[in-house]
Design a protein around this ligand. Structure first.
Ligand code: DOR
Ligand code: ZN
Length: 344
């Protein structure tokens, strides 16, 4: 097969940031994707419906003319979030989902949740209104090894939370472990999981072998090879539980290439070519559309995009090693393999 036509994909987990970064990275996602779930972890975070509206306006101003790219907004869940504001913002069509960051788990998560009992009224209102909760699934306890934080979160936080709020739709975001795959598969129709492009390609060796490689560092951190294989099997299975959320998370190179570098891998520019390569390697090109274009909207109760995109196999794709922003360069994910699938 050297040509593949599919519904225009969506990205169910994306960081666009603000200011000069927003200007530079929005066209990279708008080029290939129809819609994207926009992460609210700005400084300060997007907490209220009014803040989401203002942020959406700033994003729309950065979308290139003629692009049909639609940002799907999220609210950042805090212990003080007002259930009525969330329900109203969702009812107005302004907000698609709510994002749960355990406090301290990752970039700009300081305002996240410490005491899960405090957010119970919001979660109950969301279950009632059918608003999905997107979850960053890592515990933050200092005594839990960073490679075990996802699996521990499932047992200690996610499973009790779901049992306490039956009917709540939950997206386990950017799963990185076999335990994540297994838990998502067993969760029935109120549970789904996104998988990033980079976690299908790298294991933890990419970060640590032959020198420390900050551009492969993200959270949740890439795990052992057996986990990467489990993610590939899940993504390429076509199972409706799994769909694409790139977690494309740009940071300036200067903020990554330092003694305490930021977590995040920027994949917006070459994600679709990387995914086509991955699915081809696994003999699953015919299931790329399910993963990238169909399963996500089905879980969110939306229709797939009307438009189609065509991927064509040819000479290695020429993409930039980094993109420029008004504040400095951002390195593009290097999948350590040539890419042959061109998007049009
Ligand atoms: O690697 C990551 N980067 N993981 C996250 O959860 C946050 C993200 C970011 O905002 O940079
Ligand atoms: Zn993220």
């Amino acid at each position: 097969m050297d040509s593949l036509t599919l519904r225009r994909p969506d990205d169910w987990h994306l960081h666009l940031r603000d200011g000069a970064m927003l200007e530079a990275v929005t066209p990279e996602s708008a080029r290939h994707f129809g819609r994207a779930i926009i992460m609210p972890n700005l400084v300060p975070p997007v907490i209220t419906g009014a803040e989401a509206r203002a942020y959406r306006d700033r994003i729309m101003a950065a979308v290139p003319e003629g692009s049909g790219f639609t940002p799907l907004m999220t609210l950042y869940l805090t212990e003080d979030t007002d259930p009525a504001d969330v329900v109203k913002a969702h009812a107005e069509g302004l907000v698609t989902a709510v994002k749960l960051y355990p406090a301290g788990a990752t970039t700009n998560s300081a305002s996240g949740v410490r005491d899960f009992d405090k957010v119970r009224p919001v979660l109950e209102a969301m279950a009632e209104a059918g608003i999905p909760l997107c979850v960053h699934g890592e515990v933050t306890e200092a005594d839990i090894d960073i490679f075990d934080r996802e699996a521990t979160f499932i047992d200690r936080v996610l499973d009790p939370l779901r049992r306490a709020t039956p009917g709540l739709k939950v997206v386990m975001e950017h799963i990185t472990t076999k335990q994540g795959v297994d838990y998502a598969l067993a969760g029935g129709d109120t549970l789904a999981a996104t998988i990033t492009t980079h976690h299908l390609v790298i294991n933890r060796n990419a970060i640590l072998v032959g020198g420390i490689k900050p551009h492969y560092y993200c959270l949740p951190v890439a795990k052992r090879e057996e986990h990467r294989i489990a993610l590939r099997t899940a993504a390429t299975s076509g199972d409706a539980t799994f769909f694409l959320g790139t977690d494309s998370a740009p940071h300036l190179d200067a903020a990554k290439e330092m003694a305490c570098g930021c977590a995040g891998i920027f994949t917006a520019t070459n994600t679709l070519s990387v995914l086509a390569e991955v699915f081809e390697q696994d003999g699953a090109l015919d299931r790329l559309e399910a993963f990238a274009s169909l399963n996500g909207p089905a879980f969110y109760g939306l229709l797939p995009n009307e438009e189609m995109v065509t991927l064509t196999k040819g000479a290695p794709v020429d993409y930039p090693a980094r993109i420029e922003t008004g504040d400095g360069p951002v390195t593009v994910f290097d999948p350590m393999m040539p890419l042959h699938w061109h998007v049009s």
